[in-house]
Design a protein around this ligand. Structure first.
Ligand code: UDP
Length: 240
């Protein structure tokens, strides 16, 4: 049973449970899709039926961002845990390293995925990164071919939402991997290009505040968050 938050159905799982499910999906023929929607993505899906359909068919839908957790609480169906995409990805790599499963990194500016690969290999000894590709390509076909030729099992697709989810829906089967995870700007973080908020902010659910202070240009995107919570209150009052 999934938990509906303003049109997106979330898996009510902890980080450990999410990783266990992902590992199980890696054992089956794919393609499987993991998505990590934040409030911005939920709002996007409301206006984009194709995107909403892809999210509804995903194999694992994880609540990234404290806004989704607040909205679920306001709706009267609280989710057990926030599962940020980057935490999920890191925990998954910790379990995949040394198993022989092959990771491909797709996305971000040229050079970033290679840097992320080097850092991840150092952080997770025994991790097999079988290939990388930047996120600024014109044709999908050659990228899907590169993933297939690298014999990837797991692909982190970091093109931003909804581009990454649409790319996976259209190309996941051709690229031949078992599990695809849409992870937005995570390669920039793994590459050390973008700093994550200190742990104290993460624990308090204030990562968004840290990002806002570091990148004030995000204010336009974030100003939508209060509206998201107001929509949740409205839906609750309408008995949805
Ligand atoms: N990106 C990409 N190809 C594109 C557009 C974006 O590879 O055509 C990358 C961009 O370089 C960045 C990531 O996608 O690394 C999106 O980051 P953002 O923080 O906007 O994503 P979010 O996590 O908010 O979805």
């Amino acid at each position: 049973m999934r938990t509906d938050v303003l049109g997106v159905a979330f898996d009510n799982v902890t980080l450990d449970e999410a990783v266990d499910r992902a590992l199980a999906l890696l054992e089956e023929e794919g393609p499987h899709l993991v998505v990590t929607p934040n409030p911005e993505i939920v709002q996007r899906a409301e206006k984009d039926p194709e995107f909403a359909e892809i999210l509804s068919k995903a194999h694992l839908v994880l609540p990234d961002g404290v806004g989704v957790i607040y909205a679920a609480k306001i709706l009267g169906r609280p989710l057990r845990a926030r599962v940020p995409g980057i935490d999920f990805a890191s925990a998954l790599l910790g379990r995949v390293a040394g198993t022989g499963k092959r990771l491909f990194l797709l996305g971000a500016a040229p050079g970033v995925a290679e840097l992320a690969a080097a850092n991840l290999r150092a952080a997770y000894p025994g991790l097999t990164v079988c290939g990388t590709h930047d996120g600024y390509f014109k044709e999908d076909g050659p990228v899907a071919d590169a993933i297939r030729e690298a014999r990837a099992d797991l692909v982190f697709v970091c093109l931003g939402a909804p581009k990454q989810e649409k790319w996976i829906a259209a190309n996941g089967a051709a690229a031949g991997a078992r599990l695809y995870v849409g992870l937005g700007g995570s390669l920039d973080v793994f590459a050390g290009k973008v700093e994550r908020a200190p742990e104290s902010f993460q624990k308090l659910g204030l990562e968004w505040l840290y990002r806002l202070v570091k990148q004030p240009s995000r204010i336009g995107r974030m100003a939508k968050l209060p509206l998201f919570l107001v929509s949740a209150a409205g839906a609750r009052l309408r008995g949805k």
